[in-house]
Design a protein around this ligand. Structure first.
Ligand SMILES: Nc1ncnc2c1ncn2[C@@H]1O[C@H](COP(=O)(O)OP(=O)(O)OP(=O)(O)O)[C@@H](O)[C@H]1O
Ligand code: NI
Length: 373
């Protein structure tokens, strides 16, 4: 079942003395129930803006979409009160910066217990006065169901000694433990989807690996879907069932993780794959894509990647087409519009030089020169 179904999302930030910023422009995103879906792309590609659009947390931005459905219901047709119920109960969120996302003056057990009470799983008042009394006077009784559930959730996300940790304040915990607390808190509302924006980026690799394992396990065990935002394709390879690749506000390619890694179709995806150790060609150094992504206000027409693409040709100035590579695997790239496979993209040029040729593309207009970034 498709949980989240977004078609042609555009998000623009009005700017007072300057051009509006078209941060996201043309994003399709489908998240299936129970899957881990990777949203990947370089910095500034619009991953976080897309994530926040799902929670409707984009104050002042203009958001349009052909479709923006969660479980078949239009999220943008909901009232703010209905949306508050969606946040936390249906869709949980985990951010990169756990220290600023958690309340510094409440124990983590108290914070999770509050989420549990609001979700209504336990027969304890979550009214404002009751919460204020707990916060400033009594605290949650350690025998209360909401507290027991908070401790259970801490245990579920792999925190040793959860009783002890529940009575700690966020600053007393390590970054990895705080990230687990955020995941426990997101689970407190028993959501069907967790949006996790770079949840492990600030952590060292061993802690990152164990938290990703944990997410994988939670996804399988609780049947919760996770939209995992990352700029790290290695993380995607390890963790995700499917993946959507973004570049400069648009989706370039999406498909199952195995389809995308074994048979990448978009030159941008191919370029990204060359920059991760597991995927680099046997002969070679890791190569990053020369140049950098354009600012949203300076994006070229048509394919936003064409200035950096070694295979770009005249048609790339036209609006992005959709090429179905395989069942469930789509690339938005002009190279395929004539129905033939363009073969290898010349990403193997070294020293920042691209020779700009594509095998099998002899009948095309000569690709444009790519400048060294
Ligand atoms: N409130 C805002 N006002 C104006 N522009 C914004 C705003 N928020 C984001 N942007 C712009 O939107 C674009 C996309 O930003 P976003 O944070 O979604 O990128 P990202 O893919 O999450 O990058 P990163 O990997 O660095 O987190 C960027 O160019 C950014 O400058
Ligand atoms: Ni981001």
């Amino acid at each position: 079942m498709t949980l989240l179904d977004i078609e042609d999302l555009a998000v623009t930030f009005p700017v007072e003395d300057g051009p509006d910023v078209p941060a996201v422009d043309g994003v399709d995103l489908q998240v299936e129930a129970g899957e881990i879906h990777g949203l990947v792309g370089e910095s500034g590609s619009g991953k976080s803006v897309t994530a926040r659009s799902i929670m409707r947390l984009l104050d002042g931005a203009e958001v349009t979409a052909d479709r923006f459905a969660y479980r078949g219901e239009d999220l943008y047709a909901k009232s703010e009160a209905e949306m508050r119920a969606v946040r936390g109960d249906d869709i949980g969120m985990v951010f990169q910066d756990s220290l600023s996302a958690l309340n510094p003056v409440m124990t983590v057990g108290e914070q999770i217990a509050e989420v549990v009470r609001h979700h209504g799983d336990v027969d304890e008042s979550a009214g404002l006065l009751s919460e204020l009394r707990r916060k400033y006077v009594t605290g949650t009784r350690k025998t209360a169901s909401s507290w027991r559930r908070a401790v259970d959730l801490l245990e579920t996300v792999g925190i040793p000694d959860p009783e002890e940790v529940a009575t700690s304040y966020p600053h007393q915990l390590s970054g990895g433990q705080r990230q687990r607390v955020m995941i426990a808190s997101a689970l407190g509302g028993d959501p069907s989807l967790i949006v996790a924006d770079e949840p492990t980026t600030a952590l060292d690799v061993t802690v990152e690996a164990s938290i990703l394992d944990e997410l994988r396990r939670l996804c399988d065990e609780f049947d919760v879907a996770i939209l995992l935002i990352t700029h790290d394709l290695g993380v995607v390879a390890e963790t995700c069932d499917r993946v959507t690749v973004m570049y400069s506000g648009s989706v370039m390619e999406h498909g199952r993780t195995d389809q995308l890694f074994e048979n990448p179709a978009h030159p941008y995806t191919k370029g990204l794959l060359r920059s991760i150790p597991e995927q680099a060609p046997p002969d070679g150094e890791l190569t990053t894509i020369p140049g950098s992504a354009p600012e949203p206000t300076e994006r070229p027409t048509g394919c936003p990647f064409r200035d950096r693409c070694p295979a770009a040709f005249d048609a790339c100035a036209d609006p992005l087409p959709e090429h179905v590579v395989d069942d469930g695997h789509v690339a938005r790239c002009h190279l395929y519009t004539e129905g033939d496979d363009p073969g290898e993209v010349a990403w193997d040029a070294r020293d920042g030089e691209t020779n700009g040729t594509v095998d099998g593309a002899t009948d095309r207009t000569t690709p444009t020169e790519v400048t060294d970034g």
